[in-house]
Write a protein that binds this ligand. Structure first.
Ligand SMILES: NC(=O)c1ccc[n+]([C@@H]2O[C@H](COP(=O)([O-])OP(=O)(O)OC[C@H]3O[C@@H](n4cnc5c(N)ncnc54)[C@H](O)[C@@H]3O)[C@@H](O)[C@H]2O)c1
Length: 447
């Protein structure tokens, strides 16, 4: 009988959960992946350069609230999980999944330094015949053009051959932190290999941990699909953000219009306007495609236009607040403004790229005295572009009555919106949170 080849051996290991899976980068994407792989029955090694995260995991302390405290406690007491900052521990892994950041540089160009650095680290320790799967969002071609040569040893170090010494695939994470009803295990997975065997091997790994896996023709298809998903959101959010001032000036409430259009059972998917984009994906990922498109002589006008419209939203919100105060005989200068919610979306503590930062900075620049309340973010963290030395104030009827205007940025469920409507004088509502609340006494200006 012929001996099984490298790929078949690895597939059997994944199928029978006899493998060790390494997860590199233990953030919003990596930690839920650890959970899914661990629940599937694999031995899991979590690696991060951030020693604080590793120490927290070892101590069973949660640092991502939305995943709950139980997860980290369970991992810390499990004999099948190791958290480490020592790359040598990854030598035991049959698969290594890279979940490192892919931010933008100062000129909105892709910053692949984390992908390069972690690929180099993996190249130094990878076990013979193991799979590497990139999960970080990036432009089509990243896995083949950036990761593959590093793993093949083209930069020096050990020479390796794809298909015998290692396998390589791209599998985009589709995590939506805080969304109820979905987790890594239940979100359908895309998998694309840089060659057929890599695709098969990666499909076997993810099929052991995720309910539905769609294998696509190449790593590039998977990379482009992930970008399409996020560009689709960015463009559709921009569309409603563009219509918002238009309809407002016509005296039409855009939220009512969207609810009305949503009654059509086909051909329409609702997107909602807001104070601007936030988070790791929507404000950043589309520019990864724009960058790569330029290499092929294309400009991506929809992406640029969507970015322009969405980026203008914080300024629009501040203008609406200034106009509303003006109508009441007040100036922004010297006004007490209370911002409700600074997280970039409801019910999470994530402030990455949050539009609240620009809104607060613009309000302060125009002389307003700004405070904020966010039940999930007690202190305004230092950001790349902003340093806002504020702490969340308690939300009481007195605080609401003392504010000249309340600006709603994030529709956290934990905020008592009925009290806001009852006690505040003026509410600039970017999320339509006060719609239909009968006992609202505040003047509500939608923005
Ligand atoms: N956050 C989301 O909702 C989301 C959803 C889908 C896809 N993504 C994509 O997933 C990727 C990771 O995003 P995230 O939100 O998990 O980021 P994150 O910042 O929460 O986590 C990244 C982790 O990687 C670690 N890290 C950085 N360099 C490292 C290295 N060289 N070796 C090991 N660890 C390293 C960091 O310390 C951090 O803990 C990005 O490409 C992002 O676009 C994110």
């Amino acid at each position: 009988m012929a001996r099984p080849d490298h790929a078949s051996r690895l597939i059997a290991k994944f199928t029978h959960r006899r493998a060790t899976v390494g997860v590199v980068g233990l953030g919003y994407v990596g930690l839920p992946l650890v959970r899914a792989m661990h629940q599937a029955g694999f031995r899991v090694i979590g690696y991060d350069v951030d020693e604080k995260k590793v120490a927290a995991l070892r101590a069973g302390k949660a640092y991502l609230k939305h995943l709950g405290r139980e997860l980290v406690k369970e991992l810390a007491s499990s004999g099948r999980f190791t958290a480490t900052s020592d790359p040598r521990v990854l030598r035991e892994c049959d698969a290594v999944c890279l979940c490192v950041p892919t931010p933008l540089g100062a000129h909105r160009e892709p910053d692949l330094s984390f992908v390069v650095e972690s690929s180099r680290m993996v190249a130094g320790v990878l076990k013979k015949g193991a799979l590497v799967s990139l999960e970080s969002t990036s432009y089509p071609g990243t896995t083949r053009e950036v990761c593959l040569p590093i793993l093949e040893g083209k930069e020096g170090g050990r020479a390796r051959r794809l298909g015998t010494d290692f396998f390589l695939a791209f599998s985009p994470e589709r995590e939506d932190p805080g969304r109820k009803g979905f987790e890594t295990r239940t979100i359908p997975r895309l998998v694309g290999g840089v060659d057929d065997r890599s695709g098969e091997v990666a499909e076997a790994l993810y099929s052991a941990a995720v309910e539905t896996v769609h294998r696509v023709g190449s790593a590039e298809v998977a990379e482009a699909a992930k970008l399409l998903e996020n560009i689709y959101r960015a463009v559709n959010i921009a569309l409603v953000n563009e219509l918002k001032p238009v309809l407002t000036d016509m005296g039409i409430d855009i939220w009512q219009v969207i609810r009305a259009a949503s009654t059509k059972p086909f051909g329409f998917h609702p997107f909602y306007p807001g104070p601007g984009l936030g988070g790791h994906c929507i404000p950043i990922d589309p520019y990864y495609l724009s960058y790569k498109a330029r290499e092929f002589g294309h400009s991506t006008r929809f992406i640029e236009l969507a970015g322009e419209i969405n980026h203008a939203m914080p300024r629009y919100v501040v203008e609406r607040a200034a106009a509303a105060l003006n109508d009441r005989g007040r100036a922004l200068r010297g006004a007490n403004i209370l911002v409700l919610g600074i997280a970039y979306k409801a019910d999470v503590d994530d402030i990455r790229e949050t539009p609240a930062a620009e809104i607060i900075a613009l309000l302060a620049e125009r002389g307003a005295r700004v405070s904020y309340h966010d039940p999930h973010v007690p202190t305004f963290p230092t950001m790349r572009k902003y340093d806002i030395p504020l702490k969340s104030c308690p939300l009481t009827p007195r605080v609401l009555r003392a504010a000249d205007a309340v600006v709603v940025v994030t529709a956290h469920q934990a905020i008592d919106w009925a009290m806001v409507g009852r006690e505040a004088r003026l509410v600039v509502d970017t999320r339509d949170v006060l719609a239909g609340r009968k006992r609202t006494r505040a003047v509500v200006v939608k923005a």
